[in-house]
Design a protein around this ligand. Structure first.
Ligand code: TYD
Length: 206
């Protein structure tokens, strides 16, 4: 066996972490050697790059710098962990991957889809996940989940605009790659979402 590369995508607040943890437990119980990593991060060097990207002091960071840093973090993760583990037959569970860059940097930050794809092709050597789960939660529902309030202040409206373009970006990706990206309704119960994910995996791989 040459391993299985699973990624999970979604807007902030869609419940990715909960589902990744459940899936990690499920796969381990099934006897797979599971390697669970997050992006940006997952290696010592990539975690250092993550700190630079997410540092609130780095307000002046250009979106192209951000794009290249995500890709650098990813290049290290792919070459140090993902490829060697796939060769050994492990299941890789990755919290976000290239799709996040295409949507957040390519579309929401306006760097351009083609440029982000090219950069990431170089960074990953063209590695594509076997299957990707998109936890589908509309921006309105995500905000609602965060707090029960009707009117948004200026900052929150800005965030809302950003969330919407991220969400629409994912819709575009899904249209182009519906074979690989499985859309999971994230408004369902935690257990139902988990079951949907497992059903998809069992149908395709186990
Ligand atoms: P994180 O705290 O891990 O958030 P989440 O739980 O939503 O994954 O921060 C990751 C943030 O980085 C998240 O807002 C999405 C963003 N991101 C990009 O903009 N581009 C990328 O390529 C990746 C991997 C993440």
């Amino acid at each position: 066996m040459s391993g299985l590369f699973i990624t999970m995508e979604g807007t902030d607040g869609a419940g990715k972490s909960t589902q990744l943890n459940l899936l990690n437990d499920y796969l381990k119980n099934k006897g797979f050697n599971v390697v669970f990593v997050r992006e940006p991060g997952g290696t010592k060097i990539s975690e250092k790059i993550r700190d630079i990207i997410l540092d609130i002091d780095n307000q002046e960071m250009h979106y192209m710098t951000e794009t290249l840093l995500y890709a650098s973090s990813r290049a290290q993760l792919v070459n140090q962990v993902i490829l060697p583990e796939l060769k050994k037959g492990s299941v890789i569970l990755c919290d976000r991957f290239v799709d996040s860059s295409i949507v957040y940097q390519g579309i929401a930050r306006n760097i351009g889809i083609d440029i982000v794809k090219k950069i990431n092709n170089i960074a990953t050597g063209g590695l594509i996940p076997d299957i990707t789960f998109f936890l589908d939660l509309s921006p309105e529902k995500a905000i609602e989940r965060k707090k029960e309030q009707k009117e948004l202040d200026r900052l929150e409206s800005e965030k809302m605009y950003f969330y919407k373009s991220v969400y629409n970006g994912y819709q575009k990706l899904i249209e182009q790659d519906s074979e690989r990206i499985k859309v999971i309704d994230a408004t369902q119960s935690i257990q139902k979402i988990h079951q949907n994910i497992i059903d998809n995996l069992e149908k395709m791989f186990f």
